[in-house]
Design a protein around this ligand. Sequence first.
Ligand SMILES: [Mg+2]
Ligand SMILES: [Zn+2]
Length: 355
Amino acid sequence: MSTATLFIDRDGTLIEEPPDAQIDTLAKVRLMPGVIPALLELAGRGFRFVMVTHQDGLGSAQFPQASFQTCHDFVLELFRSQGICFDAVFICPHREQDPCGCRKPKTGRLEEYLEAHPIDRNLSAVIGDRATDLDLAQNLGIRGLTVSSCGAPEQTWPAVAQALTSRHAAILRQTKETRIDARVRLDSEAAPQVSTGIGFFDHMLAQLAQHGGFELRLEASGDLHVDEHHTVEDCALVLGEALRQALGEKRGLARYGFVLPMDEAQVQVAIDLSGRAYSRFEGSFQRDRVGELPTELVPHFFRSLSQSLGAAIHVNVTGENTHHMVEACFKGVGRALRQALKCEGQMLPSTKGTL
Ligand SMILES: [Mg+2]
Ligand SMILES: [Zn+2]
């Protein structure tokens, strides 16, 4: 399983960069504001840390190895004492004009690490203070975030931690019947990746996410030799739980969503992310199955989703073609979710003060 990994620059990011850009005495070591609580929060969310740093001319007379090492060990020990460990530390000792493969934004020595420790490219990021750090992010195909000591509010450690943790969730649920690995990101519209072993159901979940305006990656392996029931039900439960977790405190949440009829197969969907489960499904299908998906599992899916998401979901569908009708249900719920999941400010959309 790939992990969410943060490739973090040292000077100017974890610790302040002195005017001469060289940390060679302990007196020059200063932590960047807020770095410890931010990294603890990120570690708690399952992120791993890798340090990637330039130390120009390390080992030269102007920058002896020993004075670097004393400070570097001190920094690592300081972080370790606070519960923050780096999985690996990569140091480029070369100067800009030296030919080397390890100077950022080159990925040179990281390749071996990446091979041994596959990273989740959707969740991983490079954090640094220079353009070369952002270029490294681009070369790795991951997000780049800037930390700066005198920059904008979004370039502080608390803001970076928030950007990395907000509105997403990853759930691995395993029972004797199914194993489901699901991730959602509410503020990403990356293409859905769904694989459940039930082709038509994959198509439906992908529609739900695509129309819902959120990123879904879901891999399920279930006891399909028994039937489709457990797999469909558990996917709904895991998806609802992931969405609920990703919503967090629900501040700024639009909360309500609805859609009006959609062409030949008409569906009406209303959703309230109230925290309370309620499900109503009206409509009947002429066919028992669409592809490998039994149509009786369609209302069951939405019931399970409402249960784990804590939402009222009302679906009313009419039509002739069962494939269209089922698809309209998933698309319609997706569209309604897209509206309800929107974030518009900081207000809690409830007079009760909790949702
Ligand atoms: Mg730096
Ligand atoms: Zn190098």
